[in-house]
Ligand binder design. Structure first.
Ligand SMILES: Nc1ncnc2c1ncn2[C@@H]1O[C@H](COP(=O)(O)OP(=O)(O)OP(=O)(O)O)[C@@H](O)[C@H]1O
Ligand SMILES: [Mg+2]
Length: 247
Protein backbone atom coordinates (compact mmCIF):
# COMPACT_ATOMS: atom_id res chain seq x y z
CA UNK A 1 0.00 0.00 0.00
CA UNK A 2 1.25 3.49 -0.86
CA UNK A 3 2.11 5.81 2.05
CA UNK A 4 -0.08 8.54 0.57
CA UNK A 5 -3.00 8.29 -1.80
CA UNK A 6 -4.86 11.30 -3.13
CA UNK A 7 -7.98 10.09 -4.91
CA UNK A 8 -10.09 12.30 -7.15
CA UNK A 9 -9.66 15.35 -4.93
CA UNK A 10 -11.47 18.58 -5.70
CA UNK A 11 -10.81 21.84 -3.87
CA UNK A 12 -13.09 24.81 -4.38
CA UNK A 13 -12.31 28.43 -3.49
CA UNK A 14 -15.48 30.53 -3.70
CA UNK A 15 -16.75 28.39 -6.54
CA UNK A 16 -13.39 28.24 -8.37
CA UNK A 17 -12.00 24.72 -8.71
CA UNK A 18 -8.31 24.91 -7.79
CA UNK A 19 -8.12 21.09 -7.86
CA UNK A 20 -10.42 19.25 -10.24
CA UNK A 21 -9.96 15.57 -9.50
CA UNK A 22 -6.32 15.19 -8.47
CA UNK A 23 -4.89 11.68 -8.19
CA UNK A 24 -1.47 11.09 -6.68
CA UNK A 25 0.23 8.09 -5.07
CA UNK A 26 3.45 8.35 -3.07
CA UNK A 27 5.32 5.29 -1.83
CA UNK A 28 7.26 5.12 1.44
CA UNK A 29 10.74 6.59 0.98
CA UNK A 30 9.92 8.11 -2.41
CA UNK A 31 11.07 11.53 -3.56
CA UNK A 32 8.46 13.03 -5.89
CA UNK A 33 8.84 16.32 -7.71
CA UNK A 34 5.69 18.27 -8.49
CA UNK A 35 5.89 20.82 -11.27
CA UNK A 36 3.44 22.74 -13.43
CA UNK A 37 2.76 26.24 -14.72
CA UNK A 38 1.66 29.04 -12.35
CA UNK A 39 -1.81 28.43 -10.95
CA UNK A 40 -1.72 24.69 -11.76
CA UNK A 41 -2.74 23.89 -8.18
CA UNK A 42 0.59 22.67 -6.75
CA UNK A 43 0.42 24.67 -3.51
CA UNK A 44 -3.25 23.75 -3.13
CA UNK A 45 -2.28 20.08 -3.52
CA UNK A 46 0.16 20.40 -0.60
CA UNK A 47 -2.47 22.37 1.37
CA UNK A 48 -5.04 19.64 0.98
CA UNK A 49 -2.55 16.89 1.92
CA UNK A 50 -1.57 18.64 5.17
CA UNK A 51 -5.15 19.64 6.04
CA UNK A 52 -4.83 23.37 5.43
CA UNK A 53 -7.43 23.10 2.64
CA UNK A 54 -10.43 20.76 2.56
CA UNK A 55 -11.49 18.62 -0.37
CA UNK A 56 -15.09 19.11 -1.47
CA UNK A 57 -14.92 15.79 -3.33
CA UNK A 58 -12.47 12.89 -3.10
CA UNK A 59 -10.39 11.24 -0.45
CA UNK A 60 -6.88 11.34 1.00
CA UNK A 61 -5.40 8.31 2.74
CA UNK A 62 -2.12 8.62 4.64
CA UNK A 63 -0.63 5.46 6.10
CA UNK A 64 -4.05 3.81 6.18
CA UNK A 65 -5.82 6.79 7.81
CA UNK A 66 -8.44 8.80 5.98
CA UNK A 67 -7.17 12.31 6.63
CA UNK A 68 -9.54 14.44 4.53
CA UNK A 69 -11.68 15.35 7.56
CA UNK A 70 -8.94 15.51 10.22
CA UNK A 71 -7.58 18.82 11.43
CA UNK A 72 -4.05 20.00 10.56
CA UNK A 73 -2.52 19.14 13.97
CA UNK A 74 -3.84 15.61 13.87
CA UNK A 75 -2.48 15.11 10.35
CA UNK A 76 0.90 16.48 11.47
CA UNK A 77 0.91 14.00 14.35
CA UNK A 78 0.27 11.15 11.94
CA UNK A 79 3.52 12.16 10.22
CA UNK A 80 2.79 14.75 7.54
CA UNK A 81 5.20 17.70 7.77
CA UNK A 82 4.74 20.84 5.75
CA UNK A 83 7.30 23.56 5.21
CA UNK A 84 5.72 26.89 4.36
CA UNK A 85 7.37 29.69 2.44
CA UNK A 86 7.28 31.98 5.48
CA UNK A 87 9.78 30.45 7.93
CA UNK A 88 8.28 29.05 11.11
CA UNK A 89 11.49 29.01 13.17
CA UNK A 90 11.77 30.86 16.49
CA UNK A 91 14.35 33.52 15.66
CA UNK A 92 15.41 34.19 19.25
CA UNK A 93 15.94 30.48 20.03
CA UNK A 94 19.11 28.65 19.03
CA UNK A 95 19.21 25.97 16.32
CA UNK A 96 19.29 23.28 19.02
CA UNK A 97 16.39 24.84 20.93
CA UNK A 98 14.31 25.05 17.76
CA UNK A 99 14.94 21.35 17.10
CA UNK A 100 14.06 20.58 20.71
CA UNK A 101 10.74 22.43 20.43
CA UNK A 102 9.95 20.61 17.16
CA UNK A 103 10.76 17.25 18.70
CA UNK A 104 8.62 17.84 21.79
CA UNK A 105 5.63 18.85 19.62
CA UNK A 106 4.91 15.27 18.64
CA UNK A 107 6.50 13.39 21.53
CA UNK A 108 3.50 13.91 23.82
CA UNK A 109 3.20 15.67 27.14
CA UNK A 110 5.46 13.38 29.17
CA UNK A 111 8.65 14.35 27.41
CA UNK A 112 8.18 17.94 28.53
CA UNK A 113 8.02 16.94 32.21
CA UNK A 114 11.52 15.48 32.34
CA UNK A 115 14.72 17.51 32.63
CA UNK A 116 16.00 18.84 29.30
CA UNK A 117 19.14 17.22 28.03
CA UNK A 118 21.55 19.90 26.93
CA UNK A 119 23.17 17.72 24.30
CA UNK A 120 20.56 15.34 22.98
CA UNK A 121 22.59 13.19 20.55
CA UNK A 122 19.61 12.74 18.21
CA UNK A 123 19.25 16.52 17.82
CA UNK A 124 23.00 16.81 17.35
CA UNK A 125 22.83 14.28 14.50
CA UNK A 126 19.96 16.19 12.94
CA UNK A 127 21.90 19.45 13.02
CA UNK A 128 24.83 17.64 11.38
CA UNK A 129 22.57 16.02 8.79
CA UNK A 130 21.41 19.40 7.49
CA UNK A 131 24.87 20.99 7.77
CA UNK A 132 24.19 23.15 10.84
CA UNK A 133 26.47 21.44 13.37
CA UNK A 134 28.63 24.56 13.79
CA UNK A 135 25.56 26.79 14.18
CA UNK A 136 23.74 24.73 16.82
CA UNK A 137 24.16 27.39 19.53
CA UNK A 138 23.41 30.32 17.23
CA UNK A 139 20.03 32.04 17.48
CA UNK A 140 18.03 31.08 14.39
CA UNK A 141 17.67 34.79 13.61
CA UNK A 142 21.41 34.88 12.76
CA UNK A 143 21.17 32.15 10.10
CA UNK A 144 21.38 32.87 6.38
CA UNK A 145 18.28 32.37 4.23
CA UNK A 146 19.48 28.94 3.08
CA UNK A 147 20.45 27.83 6.58
CA UNK A 148 16.98 28.83 7.85
CA UNK A 149 15.38 26.59 5.22
CA UNK A 150 17.61 23.68 6.26
CA UNK A 151 16.75 24.26 9.93
CA UNK A 152 13.07 24.01 9.02
CA UNK A 153 13.68 20.73 7.22
CA UNK A 154 15.54 19.45 10.30
CA UNK A 155 12.55 20.54 12.43
CA UNK A 156 10.23 18.44 10.27
CA UNK A 157 12.62 15.52 10.76
CA UNK A 158 12.65 16.15 14.53
CA UNK A 159 8.83 15.98 14.44
CA UNK A 160 9.11 12.51 12.90
CA UNK A 161 7.43 13.56 9.66
CA UNK A 162 7.36 10.51 7.43
CA UNK A 163 6.08 12.63 4.57
CA UNK A 164 7.77 16.00 4.07
CA UNK A 165 6.09 18.59 1.83
CA UNK A 166 8.33 21.34 0.45
CA UNK A 167 6.91 24.25 -1.56
CA UNK A 168 9.60 25.92 -3.67
CA UNK A 169 12.37 25.25 -1.14
CA UNK A 170 15.06 26.92 -3.27
CA UNK A 171 13.23 30.24 -3.76
CA UNK A 172 15.67 33.05 -2.93
CA UNK A 173 18.62 30.70 -2.55
CA UNK A 174 22.07 31.19 -4.09
CA UNK A 175 23.26 28.60 -6.64
CA UNK A 176 25.46 26.98 -3.97
CA UNK A 177 22.56 26.80 -1.50
CA UNK A 178 20.31 25.31 -4.19
CA UNK A 179 22.87 22.56 -4.91
CA UNK A 180 23.16 21.80 -1.20
CA UNK A 181 19.37 21.60 -0.90
CA UNK A 182 19.22 19.15 -3.83
CA UNK A 183 21.83 17.02 -2.12
CA UNK A 184 19.88 17.20 1.17
CA UNK A 185 16.69 16.05 -0.61
CA UNK A 186 18.56 13.10 -2.09
CA UNK A 187 19.82 12.10 1.37
CA UNK A 188 16.34 12.48 2.92
CA UNK A 189 14.83 10.11 0.41
CA UNK A 190 14.55 6.55 1.68
CA UNK A 191 14.26 7.66 5.31
CA UNK A 192 11.35 9.97 4.48
CA UNK A 193 8.92 10.40 1.63
CA UNK A 194 9.06 13.83 0.04
CA UNK A 195 6.91 15.90 -2.28
CA UNK A 196 8.93 18.82 -3.61
CA UNK A 197 7.20 21.57 -5.57
CA UNK A 198 9.71 23.48 -7.71
CA UNK A 199 9.95 25.70 -10.78
CA UNK A 200 13.74 25.40 -10.99
CA UNK A 201 14.31 22.69 -13.62
CA UNK A 202 18.06 22.62 -12.87
CA UNK A 203 17.17 21.61 -9.33
CA UNK A 204 14.59 19.07 -10.56
CA UNK A 205 17.21 17.51 -12.84
CA UNK A 206 19.62 17.20 -9.92
CA UNK A 207 17.18 15.45 -7.63
CA UNK A 208 15.80 13.35 -10.50
CA UNK A 209 13.33 10.58 -9.74
CA UNK A 210 9.68 10.68 -10.75
CA UNK A 211 8.21 14.01 -11.80
CA UNK A 212 4.48 14.67 -11.66
CA UNK A 213 3.24 17.52 -13.83
CA UNK A 214 0.07 19.36 -12.83
CA UNK A 215 -2.04 21.55 -15.04
CA UNK A 216 -5.40 23.18 -14.29
CA UNK A 217 -5.93 21.30 -11.05
CA UNK A 218 -5.14 17.84 -12.36
CA UNK A 219 -2.25 15.50 -13.01
CA UNK A 220 -1.18 16.00 -16.62
CA UNK A 221 1.84 13.71 -16.93
CA UNK A 222 4.24 11.67 -14.89
CA UNK A 223 7.69 10.27 -15.61
CA UNK A 224 11.41 10.98 -15.63
CA UNK A 225 12.73 14.45 -16.51
CA UNK A 226 13.68 13.16 -19.97
CA UNK A 227 10.18 11.78 -20.53
CA UNK A 228 8.24 14.81 -19.40
CA UNK A 229 10.46 17.31 -21.24
CA UNK A 230 9.48 15.80 -24.59
CA UNK A 231 5.82 15.20 -23.69
CA UNK A 232 3.69 17.25 -26.12
CA UNK A 233 0.94 17.75 -23.50
CA UNK A 234 3.48 19.17 -21.07
CA UNK A 235 4.96 21.44 -23.74
CA UNK A 236 1.51 22.74 -24.56
CA UNK A 237 0.68 23.38 -20.88
CA UNK A 238 3.80 25.49 -20.51
CA UNK A 239 3.16 27.55 -23.66
CA UNK A 240 2.97 31.19 -22.75
CA UNK A 241 5.23 30.80 -19.73
CA UNK A 242 8.37 30.48 -21.86
CA UNK A 243 8.53 26.69 -21.91
CA UNK A 244 9.21 24.16 -19.22
CA UNK A 245 12.97 24.75 -18.96
CA UNK A 246 12.39 28.44 -18.29
CA UNK A 247 9.67 27.87 -15.72
N1 LIG B 1 -7.38 31.01 -1.15
C1 LIG B 1 -7.70 31.07 -2.43
N2 LIG B 1 -8.82 31.69 -2.85
C2 LIG B 1 -9.16 31.74 -4.15
N3 LIG B 1 -8.43 31.20 -5.15
C3 LIG B 1 -7.30 30.57 -4.80
C4 LIG B 1 -6.87 30.48 -3.44
N4 LIG B 1 -5.68 29.78 -3.41
C5 LIG B 1 -5.41 29.48 -4.70
N5 LIG B 1 -6.36 29.94 -5.52
C6 LIG B 1 -6.39 29.75 -6.99
O1 LIG B 1 -6.27 28.37 -7.25
C7 LIG B 1 -5.41 28.14 -8.37
C8 LIG B 1 -4.28 27.23 -7.97
O2 LIG B 1 -3.42 27.96 -7.09
P1 LIG B 1 -2.09 27.37 -6.47
O3 LIG B 1 -1.55 28.40 -5.58
O4 LIG B 1 -2.36 26.04 -5.90
O5 LIG B 1 -1.18 27.20 -7.78
P2 LIG B 1 0.36 26.85 -7.91
O6 LIG B 1 0.46 25.73 -8.88
O7 LIG B 1 0.95 26.66 -6.56
O8 LIG B 1 0.95 28.16 -8.60
P3 LIG B 1 2.38 28.87 -8.45
O9 LIG B 1 3.32 28.11 -9.33
O10 LIG B 1 2.16 30.25 -8.96
O11 LIG B 1 2.77 28.85 -7.00
C9 LIG B 1 -4.98 29.50 -8.86
O12 LIG B 1 -5.80 29.86 -9.93
C10 LIG B 1 -5.20 30.41 -7.68
O13 LIG B 1 -5.49 31.72 -8.09
MG1 LIG C 1 2.42 27.66 -5.45
Amino acid sequence: MALLEVKGVQVKFNGFLALRGLDLKIEAGELRCLIGPNGAGKTTALDVICGKARPSVGEIVFDGHKTSRLDEHRIARLGVGRKFQVPSVFRELTVRENLDVAQSKTAGVFRNLGPRKRHDPALQRLAEFVGLADERDEPAGNLSHGQTQWLEIAMLMAQDSRLILLDEPTAGMTAAETRKTAELCRRLKGQHSLIVVEHDMGFIREIGDVISVMHQGRLLAQGTVAEIEVDPLVKEAYLGSGGISHA
